[in-house]
Structure formats: structure tokens, C-alpha cells
Write a protein of this length. Structure first.
Length: 123
């Protein structure tokens, strides 16, 4: 596994949204899905508002890899399930970054959304 560079972390962390494309079983990429992305320390995370039953989340489970674009970063990634011990810091990152969206932010802070927390790792 490669690590994120400092500039990648800064650019992804500052990006308002991320485009995520997961790989199908045959290795081709699905259409991009636009979503919120947060940085916590040296890690990058996404969540599904619809939880593990959400279509884009289910798509990440076939090969557990794909491609992202955010803030000028264009990178192949692996999808790793976050440990529940990471949820508190990820919640805080979502509140800090997107808290101004008061009618929407609570949707990524539910138990259902937390269960779908994926850590994006460069590959």
C-alpha cells in the first residue's frame, strides 16, 4: 500500500466533493458518483447516506478498488472498511467540513451511514 502525499491530503481535504468510480468484477470502471469526502489525519474517508445498502457502496464491494478524482488529485484507490474506532474522528471531520449544511449533515452521522465508512487508500 502506498501512502497519500501531503499535497494529495491537502487537496482532497479541501475539495468540496469527490468523484468515485468503483471497479466492476471485469475490471471496468462504473460511472462516477459524486459525494462528500473528509480527511482525518493522514487518512481519507467516504460514507454512504444509504448505508451498506446504497448502490455505490455495494459497487465498491466486488473488487474493493476503483478510482477517485478530487481537488486535482486523480488516483487509483483501494476501498477499506473503516474500523468502528475511527468513526468518532470521521464524524468530527464531517461536522467540521460540512456542518454549514445543517439540513443535510445529520444524514452522514447516522449509525447506518457510519456502518458504510470506507477508508480510501492509494494504490
Amino acid at each position: 500500500m502506498a501512502d497519500w502525499t501531503g499535497s494529495d491530503l491537502a487537496e482532497i481535504g479541501a475539495a468540496e466533493e469527490l468523484a468515485l468510480r468503483s471497479e466492476r468484477p471485469d475490471g471496468t470502471l462504473r460511472a462516477p458518483v459524486t459525494m462528500w469526502v473528509v480527511r482525518s489525519g493522514d487518512r481519507v474517508y467516504v460514507r454512504s447516506v444509504k448505508g451498506t445498502g446504497g448502490p455505490w457502496y455495494r459497487g465498491t464491494q466486488s473488487r474493493r478498488q476503483g478510482h477517485i478524482e478530487a481537488g486535482g488529485v486523480d488516483r487509483d484507490v483501494a476501498f477499506r472498511e473503516a474500523d468502528p474506532g475511527e468513526y468518532t474522528d470521521v464524524d468530527a471531520a464531517y461536522r467540521d467540513k460540512y456542518g454549514r449544511y445543517t439540513t443535510i449533515i445529520d444524514n452522514v452521522l447516522t449509525d447506518r451511514a457510519r456502518d458504510s465508512t470506507l477508508r480510501l487508500e492509494p494504490r
